[in-house]
Design a protein around this ligand. Structure first.
Ligand SMILES: Cc1cc2nc3c(=O)[nH]c(=O)nc-3n(C[C@H](O)[C@H](O)[C@H](O)COP(=O)(O)OP(=O)(O)OC[C@H]3O[C@@H](n4cnc5c(N)ncnc54)[C@H](O)[C@@H]3O)c2cc1C
Length: 381
């Protein structure tokens, strides 16, 4: 593969070893006990893997996005949900701070996140939805040297886990023409007035805790904001969209595991003295079609990440990768369960959980239906 070199092979091998030793047992507890994989996430930090793409001057490894993608792909081979949590603990939070924070915030928040000392969460979604800031009800008002936040958020990943939340709130009425009126706050989870509500019992991404947060007269210092007052929404969107590309390697890792498990099964399942693989041309054709789709998706993922390395704006490609990858993962998981017959539906076979996770990927962090709308407006203006 053209994107591989010696350094990248080493990173992929290190991530594979970590995934087999740490993620595999953690994934079992995520599925069976809804246990957040805290030890494995913090260990990723200790090993420097959360800060792979963060600049060296901030304590990161200064590696490029292909390296980062290879790491996420290997982690997601063991658990799509763990891949998501690793992404949240690295690029989605640390990368965001690096892009939008002041030098002091970058130093402080990144240093603590990099090592796994602090775990973060991002809070946008409200009962009105995520992409509808006009109707957000969470508001912050300046009172002397402090902001006072009131309102609530739903569907927040790490709701009962995070040490600190990055919270979007209205500081004036939202103006859709200028996308202004929203400010991005840094709120430690132990701030008085901040409480955790119900944690959802979800279809998939088990062990990733998604829940509600309530803000009642939550007071934070005046300077605990990222970016400018009233003007966070547009820069946040600009910063976040390219990061959707990370769903690419996440989906890819999951597809590869399911496909490989199915190949092994088909070659070893013998009926009337012949393996399913050898006996049925239609099965080989189905597998070949899936192989080609995965291979094409892999090329699209790493070519987008390489474009990002070159400084190109990959927002549209990133959105497409998230959307198409979620659909393809769902398709592959569905077919592979069928090809396994009864055993494919059984938890212990280790496939059905990827199918459940695939469905989560079509909704979480922007649903496929809303993303395709955004993509149309990005491409055709
Ligand atoms: C497991 C999980 C984890 C999450 N983690 C976080 C988090 O950490 N932080 C956070 O802020 N949010 C988080 N979310 C929220 C997530 O981003 C939203 O649930 C998602 O974007 C869909 O928004 P919604 O639930 O408000 O759906 P709604 O806005 O209620 O929409 C419902 C459906 O209507 C359709 N629809 C809505 N608007 C449009 C449109 N414009 N065009 C076409 N179709 C449309 C779509 O099919 C959509 O899926 C998480 C969600 C899940 C499920």
């Amino acid at each position: 593969m053209w994107w591989m070199n010696e350094e990248r092979q080493m990173i992929a091998a290190a991530a594979r070893e970590f995934a087999e030793q740490e993620v595999r047992p953690a994934a079992k507890l995520m599925e069976e006990e809804e246990k957040y994989p805290e030890a494995a996430i913090r260990k990723l930090g200790e090993l420097g893997m959360l800060g792979l793409t963060i600049k060296e001057e901030y304590g990161g490894a200064g590696a490029d996005y292909v390296n980062y993608g290879l790491m996420i792909e290997e982690l997601a081979k063991e658990s799509h949900g763990f891949g998501l949590l690793a992404y949240l603990a690295s690029e989605l939070t640390l990368g965001l701070i690096e892009k939008m924070g002041t030098p002091e915030q970058v130093k402080d928040l990144i240093a603590k996140g990099l090592t796994g000392e602090k775990i973060y969460g991002i809070c946008f979604t409200e009962p009105c939805g995520v992409g509808n800031p006009m109707e957000y009800e969470t508001r912050a008002v300046l009172d002397g040297d402090e902001w006072v936040i009131n309102g609530g958020k739903i569907f927040i990943t790490n709701a009962d886990i995070a040490d600190t939340f990055f919270v979007i709130a209205k500081t004036s009425d939202y103006n859709p023409a200028t996308m202004t009126g929203l400010t991005f706050f840094v709120v430690p989870s132990d701030t008085p007035g901040l409480t955790v509500g119900h944690i959802e019992n979800k279809l998939g991404w088990k062990g990733s805790h998604t829940g509600q947060l309530y803000f009642k007269d939550v007071r934070i210092p005046k300077d605990a904001i990222i970016g400018a007052v009233d003007n966070a929404w547009l820069p946040l969107n600009v910063a976040l969209l390219p990061m959707f590309a990370t769903y690419g390697p996440m989906n890819l890792g999951a597809m590869e595991t399911i496909f490989q498990k199915t190949l092994v099964f088909l070659k070893s399942r013998v009926q009337c003295g012949v393996s399913l693989w050898d006996a049925h041309e239609s099965i080989r054709i189905d597998m070949m079609k899936m192989f080609l789709k995965i291979d094409n998706y892999r090329s699209a993922v790493y070519s987008a990440l390489e474009d990002e390395n070159r400084g190109e704006n990959i927002s549209a490609k990133a959105v497409a990768l998230k959307m198409q990858g979620a659909d393809l993962l769902e398709e592959i998981a569905s077919q592979c369960i069928e090809l396994h017959g009864g055993t494919g539906t059984v938890y212990e076979t280790g496939i059905e959980r990827f199918y459940r996770d695939a469905k989560m990927g079509t909704v979480g962090c922007g649903s496929n239906r809303t993303l395709i709308n955004s993509l149309a407006s990005m491409i055709f203006q």
